[in-house]
Unconditional design. Sequence first.
Length: 585
Amino acid sequence: MPTNQDVAEQLNLVFQLMQLAGENRFKAIAFDKASQTIKGLSDDINEYIENKNLTDIKGIGKSIAEDIYAYAETGKMPVLEAFKEKVPLGLIKWLDISGLGPKNILKIHEEFGITEIEELKGLIESGELAKLPGLGGKSAEKIAKSIEWMEKFDERCRIDQATKIAEVIVESMKDLPGVEKIEVAGSLRRAKETIGDIDILVGAKEEYSNDLFDAFTSHERVTEILGRGESKSSVRTKEGRQVDLRIIPPKSFAAALMYFTGSKEHNIVMRSRARERGMSLNEFGLYDLFENGETNRDAPHSFETEADIYKLLGLSWVPPELREDRGEFEIFEEQDELPLVQESDLRGVIHAHSTWSDGKFSIREMAEACMERGYEYLGMTDHSKTAAYAGGLTEDEIKQQWEEIDKLNEEFKSAGKNFVIFKGIESDILADGSLDYDDDILEGFDFVIASVHQSLETPREKMMERFRNAIKNPYTRIVGHPTGRLLLKRNGSDIDLNELVALAAEHNTAIEINANPLRLDLDWSYGNKARAVGMMTSINPDAHNIDGIDLMKYGVKIARKGKYEKERVLNTKSAEDVMAFFKAR
Ligand code: DGT
Ligand code: CA
Ligand code: CA
Ligand code: ZN
């Protein structure tokens, strides 16, 4: 039986091959959209396949449904097989080369019969590519450079890396003459876990554009200017990231901010809502339509903020993290706002390591760092004994650690400090799903985080058996980084996260959002399921040193993106309430 992931991947391949084959754009986008929908589906796709009701899923049309039924039945998707005949799969990678569109990719492939980027490099070196009509030496050079960059850097970076670059640039530009507004847009504003390019918008009158672009392109972090036009410039930074800066007339700023925040999918719905109301929405504004359906540029609606635009389209303001066409429209048609968790709601730190295992600081140092940041508790969770490579604790060491924590808690209490350390452990989930100590030891902890650290590649069904056992264990209060993914480095385990989310809710156990930007696991896209079943999360830094504590802010962004209200985030609660949750096993 295919998994949701399998089906999503097949559809995505069709999308990419269609682009290469020059297939109708809307047809191609339908596959992209279907792929994303299925990736984020809260139920097992096989239920729909068995009931033959795939078209009940919004975004799955009749013809794509047929493709999926055929895939489930035969293991092959006819439409994909057909396109594979036309365009070799190897060319998909070429789509990432900037300066080389699908048309030219196909042309080069047909002319020279090559499918590998290595072969393309050979063609450029030998001067053959430049001879191809319509390309020329300059294009060939540009393509060579782009391949070089591509090999040097990943196409995408993590949210923390992008945040740092964006902050530096915004900081250097925000006080320049003419800058009335400046905001980050694109996927970074939406808090996606990985970012392609960084989009920055400046609201300024046209007369300032030249100087502002000069300042941007000569910024000390810039190594290459990728392009400079009337209203947009693109650069490459020393970190290898692309940054697009757009200068917008102040009166269009709100419309542009909305448009360039995206997502594309969100924008599509917004545009059709505008049409339904006799208006046309674009990056410049919202206009009335003529009877014939064309935009009347002389009839702009005036507004100041994004919220005004949403209001004109029958919605309250949608927080940028939620703009993915993942149910936000239904919510904000009905509600004024969603009480999403905020950084300032966090009252404590859960999931941290000390020198007892593989952390860099003592328990006291970690606790004091938490206090300095205004937190009220620290849930210490060193590694368990099976994690020998990470200095996992033996039964004897655990008892010593408990004594140390008792002493520190007494000391804090007598010094009048409002701070408590919880005795926890990050227990490995063993191959059979059991925890790493006997019950008499487990009994002594305030709480247990259960995580998989070994045999991450266990087949799905076996893996689920491990998790089912771990969650059913009454000592497990939180599941740690469920898939074990390392973003842009390693895929996570193959598990049915929808089932895991439902199971956790049923057993009143939390699944953490591991806030380390390498992990951000549980993924935000399971937020709808978590919301439907009332699953609790905890925004956990998994801190191995003091700086690690500050990573919680990325977890907050992901939690917001997953639509978690404050009430469903454990570490927004008081120490007493957290303890009550721990004890309610
Ligand atoms: P990224 O850069 O891959 O992480 O993702 P985004 O979302 O930042 O994408 P980007 O940089 O290509 O474009 C920024 C936003 O601009 C995008 O989220 C929505 C808007 N946008 C760009 N191109 C299109 C388009 O062709 N159609 C629509 N509706 N919106 C677009
Ligand atoms: Ca972007
Ligand atoms: Ca961009
Ligand atoms: Zn861990």
